[in-house]
Design a protein around this ligand. Sequence first.
Ligand code: AMP
Length: 579
Amino acid sequence: MTFNELNLKVGILSAIEELGYEQPMPVQEKVIPFMLSQKADLVALAQTGTGKTAAFGLPILNMIDANRPQVQALVLAPTRELCIQIANDLKNYAKNLRDLRIVPVYGGEDIRTQLRQLDRQPQVLVATPGRLIDLIERGKVALGAIDFLVLDEADEMLNMGFKEDIERILQDTPETRRTTLFSATMPKEIANIARRYMKDFEEITIGARNSGSDNVEHIYYVSQARQRYLALKRIVDLNPDIYGIVFCRTRQETKEVAEKLMRDGYNADALHGDLSQAQRDAVMQKFRIRNVQLLVATDVAARGLDVNDLTHVINYNLPDDVEVYTHRSGRTGRANKKGVSVSIIHSKEKFKIKDIERMLKKPFEQRQIPNGLEVCKKQLFHMIDRMQNVEVDEEQIGAYMTQIMKQLEYLDKEELLKRFVSLEFNRFLSYYKDAEDLNIPENREQRIKSKDGYGEKKKGKKTGERVRLKMNLGEREGLNPKRVLGIINDVTGDKSISVGAIEVTNKFTFFDVYADQLDQVVKAFAGQDEVLLSEAKSSKSYSEKKQDRRSTEDYRKSRRTSSPASSAKPWRNRERNRR
Ligand code: AMP
């Protein structure tokens, strides 16, 4: 299909030709004819970077009446950056259309500038929800003449807590409007919004539903929690041309990882919510123009960033939510380029990988964390490649050649190469000399695997300095090895506690912890009234309160009479969450 077949105005066709677009992208082939010829609403499942803006923008610009100085089209977007980008794209598409005005309004910038822009009476408004409501309440924007409403990255807007704002805005627009909703994923909340606010809508999917791009390879490395950073460095070093985002869970972790990388000589920077808008803009700009190779970021802070040619996305920690993983990994493998989504996980998180594999319907490959030798080889040959391909400025260098040749004439070719390579490479060689193997030895990993993937000691294998504990909760209380791990994580608040050989019987649960973590576990569980922890095959109870040493029968009685939900009882919270 060509753009000429799409019944667009000449002014629009000439603009996209000037932009160098040769043919419509798949989302455009589907959405443009639909919007131009049908009156129905539309839900389109499409990832960022697939050409969505032109897909909704071109038909809307085609249908706007430039002689009517009223807001006829409203595009809602989750972030300031996306808002600016959409407005700029639309301005480019509309540059040959007379009297068509497009104005972006978004938070984080002086409202007075935007008020002046609104005085120009735009026909198209691109807005973030919060700022738009502010402007509506000041009486500066009226949505009564809206013909077209676009909700872009609707799932992101809900993630960012804009649900009520969106509903409020929708109520201000006329019933006769046509609504188009774009989302990368289709959580229940989006389906609800579509059902409530959209009429007889069509649903189209670009690419497989809920799955990331086919251009993305998903790989993971299993590392001990305390060696996560070292594993990250190896992965980065194995990919000398990496241009990627390292996703962390918290601002604190983001700062720490970025600081360590910078201190260790990497071209990295941090993007998180503690930075001012101006600082964030500066970091994003440095990253966009590739002055920064690795951006360490939280999910929230990275939302505004739209970069199309990332080679890697690194999950320094796996997100809890599969949809967050989809968003993260969808940032690479765009615009027909290959991308890699890397996750560094703890062996206890393999079940999460399985969950994501199921949702994405994509296989994940486990790789061994590279050893020093592999990293050095990769770096070395990368340097040799660079040397082969470097552009030599004969004129400039020629002036010095005679002197250089003279000075080095006593060295043969081999010696010369060795010296040049060492000059660049000694730092690497010395860092990786005697570098330890960061992979968890197979037998240790097996100890924390069970029949269904989580527990059960290998027969005849010693637990070393491990202590076996018994807990007075079992299958009757709905426990399984995965939930036991969750409880231990929640009660101790420490995911680095190494738990092995979990066995859940009807009434009890047994598991191993390392002796040096025993105290921490025991102390944490002492604060849990209803759980008794004791050393297995020993009468020694770790419950601090003597009166709490009840039989399992006593315990069950007390559960029946106690309050149904308490935040101090994580196993209950989990039950509630599952519903
Ligand atoms: P979007 O998903 O709207 O952010 O678009 C992703 C990128 O693709 C942007 O840089 C657009 O300028 C570009 N783009 C959109 N449509 C086309 C097309 N038909 N041909 C080439 N590039 C396009």
